[in-house]
Write a new protein. Structure first.
Ligand code: G2I
Length: 459
């Protein structure tokens, strides 16, 4: 099943790349740009073309219907939002519940997605039996080793990356005084990586934190730790920057910070991106949010070793923000009803997609292609020809389909298709496009796999 706006996730990769390449073609004079954001390639395909994995946090029970369609088609990585935390998987000592975690892993495998395991060692969402116990250091260390071995071992070969240690630092760069640190000292961190590596030598092992996106005291402490772990030969592969950000406050040092971690010889991932705003949202805030999402994704795109951008829930209705910051929300790329927001297009643009239509410039006529509806195998599209400072008397619009689409019917134009090339000439009654006016024609077509928007040439 797929929604009317999400191209399939199952298109062969080569076809997707071909479609991307076609979408990136440029046209000459009397030109036109493709729009129809809804039919742009999915984020996972845009990311793949840039060597980036695009992920979302998910809740297992929601992975059906529209939520499942979007999660499966737009993203190439899933992170269980809560399902793999210790409190979820071992609510009673020795009694395990892997139901939701297994469900998410199975969904990811069915949709050709990676899984980021989250998280093995944290001070939150631990089971009560653990936090209420009165353990010696030796006992606590053994419990932690067993937990890591059990969970990482269960999913051996199925998890691309683990957030091994989560939120180890306070804001001033000192170690957070958690049950782990207080009992075991900072050595618990190196041990956790060593144990995780033993349980799945192929999983990439990350340390993950928030408020470490820019260069600051906390990220400096993280940097120094990662450097020291690398020097000691501890098996750490990556640094996760959570990126729970506030509207208009993307740190100016984000890219520089990503780069300095990369230069230590580790991968970097944006692991929990969301950008909250004071409610209610309005168009100015949503526009700012789109720019903010775009700049975060662009910073990752600019650094080769930044390998993954994951949003912490893709829809506003699935976000932790309103529950934690009363009066704030609208922090994700989709609204409460699963419609893409400007933020979605900001992400797409940072990945090379999401072209916008330039308004007609003086002395030019432009043609804008859009998909107005789309279903399993078919779609309806339209081309609008607008003139400003010029006019047309008799027109021809042509384009090349990038993914095997086929026109089946047209109206308000005389259209022919030869191979991938479509040519549409005016009908007898709409050949004139006056200065300041427009003409629109429509068509039905078939598609399979993906339905990228072509660029239209006007002549
Ligand atoms: O707090 C935001 C994130 C910060 N970084 C680590 C992440 O693991 C963390 O995720 C959030 C989840 O998105 C929330 O869903 O972690 C929260 C707990 O610290 C999660 O909230 C919990 C609620 O507190 C529980 O009441 C609820 O039962 O979610 C649980 C499951 O819905």
């Amino acid at each position: 099943m797929r929604t009317s706006t999400t191209p399939s996730a199952r298109t062969p990769f080569a076809t997707r790349l071909a479609a991307l390449a076609a979408g990136a073609a440029t046209t000459l004079a009397l030109l036109a740009a493709g729009t129809a954001h809804a039919a742009d390639p999915p984020l996972r395909d845009l990311g793949a073309a840039k060597g980036k994995v695009i992920g979302t946090a998910v809740t297992g029970s929601k992975l059906t219907g529209t939520y499942g369609d979007i999660a499966g088609s737009q993203f190439s990585s899933l992170t269980p939002g809560n399902a793999m935390k210790w409190g979820s998987v071992e609510p009673t000592q020795g009694s395990f519940d892997w139901t939701e975690a297994d469900q998410i892993v199975a969904f990811a495998q069915a949709h050709n997605q990676q899984v980021r395991g989250h998280t093995l060692v944290w001070h939150n969402q631990n089971p009560n039996w653990l936090t209420n116990g009165n353990w010696t250091s030796a006992q606590l260390s053994t419990l932690l080793q067993n937990h890591i071995s059990t969970e990482v071992g269960r999913y051996k070969g199925k998890i691309a990356a683990w957030d091994v240690v989560n939120e180890a630092f306070d804001e001033d760069g000192t170690y957070r005084p958690t049950l782990w640190y207080n009992s075991l000292g900072s050595g618990y961190i190196a041990n956790a990586f060593t144990w995780a590596h033993a349980a799945d030598p192929n999983a990439k092992l990350y340390i993950n934190d928030y408020n470490v996106e820019g260069v600051n005291a906390k990220s400096n402490a993280l940097y120094n730790l990662v450097k020291s772990l690398k020097q000691q030969g501890v098996p750490i592969d990556g640094v996760g920057l959570q990126a729970h950000l506030v509207l208009g406050q993307v740190p100016s040092t984000l890219q520089q910070n990503i780069q300095r971690f990369a230069d230590l010889g580790v991968d970097v991932a944006i692991t929990e991106l969301d950008i909250r705003m004071a409610l209610p949202a309005d168009s100015a805030k949503l526009t700012q949010q789109a720019a903010d999402f775009k700049s975060v994704v662009a910073a990752c795109a600019a650094v080769t070793r930044c390998v993954n951008v994951t949003v912490w829930g893709f829809a506003d209705s699935d976000s932790w923000v309103p529950g934690t910051f009363p009066g704030y929300g609208a922090a994700t790329p989709y609204d409460d009803n699963y419609s893409p927001k400007p933020a979605y297009h900001g992400i797409a643009e940072a990945l090379g997609g999401g072209s916008t239509t330039p308004p007609p410039t003086n002395g030019a006529c432009t043609a804008t292609y859009s998909v107005t509806s789309q279903w399993n195998t078919g779609f309806t599209g339209q081309v609008k020809i607008s003139c400003a400072g010029a006019s047309l008397s008799g027109w021809r619009a042509s384009w090349t389909f990038g993914a095997g689409q086929q026109i089946t019917q047209a109206w308000n134009a005389d259209c022919t298709q030869s191979g991938a090339t479509v040519t549409c000439a005016n009908a007898p009654y709409n050949g004139t496009v006056p200065d300041g006016g427009s003409v629109t024609f429509g068509f039905n077509g078939s598609w399979n796999g993906s339905n990228p928007v072509p660029l239209v040439t006007l002549g």
